[in-house]
Design a protein around this ligand. Structure first.
Ligand code: MRU
Length: 352
């Protein structure tokens, strides 16, 4: 991204600045979050979105909860921290990066509980900024591992947005494309529009065009036809949570794309940092799936497209079984034909 997707501005008494993604591509603007309520809303409304970026928002959001602390002892301070943690964790359920980042902040606080409160606040700010900086590095590494799978002339289909906007910088699935492009490989990308909130058309098409990558926008229901016409060589998507066996949750519609890819003999790749793995769950049936408001499908973007009072169901994510995944591209390397053993062999206990 030309500017950070999300960053901390100032010292412990500072605030979060983030790109207001709901305005894109028409307007490029920022919002400044100065309270836990404001960052909670930003996450819920998808002003900041994408699993790794939500993780960054969670880590930085913890600082908003304790920056004005009047606590004079660890017990009172840790109670404030726990309250902020529980509150931020209630914003969105699927992306594990949020819980991973919040837990990391709580753990670091516990490890440093003997520090005077101002020093502890400073230490936590360093940790939160560290989460953002690490994410940038992980995305670059994912890009370079993934680019090895891409040859000159490769045509790639992607779903939703797993780009710089969905991370601290550079993306996961799109990192593979950015990196291959920077290596001089000529690639062409088909971007699924991604109903109902159009992250594919509003964000992915925008990011790829900014980078000078050949991108073609299609509606979600066109993917099968485009594959049948022989226009796709590989699928690369991001993920919001990957279970120990490699089952991977991602934006609703990803599972269907994986089946289409299987039917057409097209390799299907997932690109994600180790902060997206949830090794505490054995498989994808344990991944909580967020359900979104019906207005997002009946009158998305202000235009009514369904009868008043119609029943709706709007799961925001689905789970692609690991059998459909050719490989998971992580910052530590590529896990081919992912399963519990291969994932454990590369990631160990899973901590980045
Ligand atoms: O609802 P969103 O826009 O937060 O969903 C985002 C996705 O599904 C992304 O593909 C995923 O978080 C991976 S981002 C690197």
């Amino acid at each position: 991204m030309p500017v950070p997707t999300i960053e901390w501005v100032g010292d412990v008494d500072g605030h979060i600045r983030l790109i207001e993604q709901t305005l894109l591509p028409e307007r490029f603007d920022f919002i400044e979050c100065t309270t836990p309520e404001e960052i909670w809303d930003a996450i819920k409304q998808l002003a900041v979105r994408g699993a790794p970026a939500i993780g960054c928002a969670g880590a930085l959001g913890m600082i908003l909860g304790i920056q004005n602390s009047t606590a004079t002892n660890w017990d009172d301070f840790s109670a404030e921290l726990a309250k902020t943690a529980d509150y931020l964790a209630s914003s969105r359920p699927t992306a594990v990066n949020l819980f991973w980042a919040i837990d990391r902040m709580k753990r670091v606080a516990e490890e440093n509980k003997d520090l005077p409160i101002p020093d502890l606040q400073q230490r936590l700010l360093e940790e939160a900024i560290g989460v953002v900086e690490e994410d940038k590095k992980m995305c670059r590494a994912i890009g370079s591992h993934g680019a090895e799978l891409v040859t000159d002339g490769t045509r790639i289909l992607t779903h939703c947005n797993a780009g710089g906007l969905a991370t601290a910088d550079y993306g996961t699935a799109l990192a593979v494309m950015f990196s291959a492009h920077e290596q001089g490989k000529k690639i062409a990308v088909y971007a699924d529009e991604t109903r109902p909130l159009l992250q594919g058309s509003r964000l992915t098409a925008w990011e790829l065009m900014q980078a000078g990558i050949d991108v073609t926008l299609i509606c979600d229901n066109m993917a099968g036809q485009v594959m049948k016409e022989g226009k796709i060589d590989m699928v690369v998507v991001g993920s919001d949570r990957i279970a120990a066996n490699g089952d991977a949750a991602n934006k609703i519609g990803t599972y269907s794309v994986s089946i289409l890819a299987k039917e057409h003999g097209i390799p299907f790749y997932v690109a994600a940092p180790s902060s997206t793995f949830d090794l505490s769950i054995p498989d994808g049936t344990h991944i909580p799936i967020e359900e979104r408001a019906s207005e997002e499908i009946t009158e998305g973007f202000g235009k009514r497209t369904a009868p008043e009072g119609v029943k709706t169901y709007s799961p925001a994510f689905d789970v692609t079984p690991h059998e459909n995944i050719a490989a998971i591209i992580t910052e530590k390397g590529v896990i081919e034909r992912p399963d519990t053993q291969r994932i454990a062999a590369l990631l160990g206990d899973g901590t980045p």
